[in-house]
Design a binder for this molecule. Sequence first.
Ligand code: SF4
Length: 200
Amino acid sequence: VTRVRALSIHAGYRCRSTGVCCSSGWPIPVEPRAEAGLRAALRSGAVRPASAGESLRPAAGLPHGARVVLGQDVAGRCVFLEPTRRCAVHRRLGEDALPSACRHFPRLATLTPLGVSVTLSHYCPTAADMLFRDDVALALVEDPPAFPASWPWEGLDARDALPPLLRPGVLMDWPSLERWERFCVSVLGEGDLTRSRRCA
Ligand code: SF4
C-alpha cells in the first residue's frame, strides 16, 4: 500500500467502545488463522468469554475459508464483549488476534490504483458523531495517523479494475477520478451548505 486517503472529519477516529457493533447480532466470520489462535487461547485460559454459550459456532457459506462465527448471547451480544464494553480478545490477545471484520469495523476500505480509500460506517455512533464536525474543514487527507498504510487493509479490491465511466462509452482515468473526488468534497465543504443540503 502506498498511501491511504480519507475524509478529514474521519482522520482522528478512535474506537470509544460504545459496544454497538459487538452487540448487533451480526454473524461475524472467524477466518482459519483467527480461529486457530482463539481456540488455543480458550484452551490455555489466555482469553475467557464474557458470557456463557458457545464461543465459536459452526456456520456454512462463510467467506475466506471461515468455518465458524463468533458466539452470541440471546440478545445478540458477542460472547467476548465484556461488561465494560471492552473486547476480551482485543484486550488479552491484541488486535492481530481478531477476526478481520472485528479489526476493520467501522472502517470500510476500497483498494484502487490510487491507494486505499477509507471511510467509516456511520452505524458506529463514534463515527456518526464525526460526520458533522465543525472544528475541521471537510477535505480529503492522506495518510492520517488513525489509518496507517501499514495496516493489513482488506475490502473491495479494485486495483485491477477499470476506473468508473465519465459518460457512457468513455472511461475516466484514475488521476481524473481523484480530481473529481476532491472537487466534490470541496463543494460539500462549502461553509454555506446546511447539513441537510450536504446529506441530500
Ligand atoms: S470479538 Fe471483540 S471486537 Fe469482535 S464482535 Fe466480539 S467483542 Fe466485538
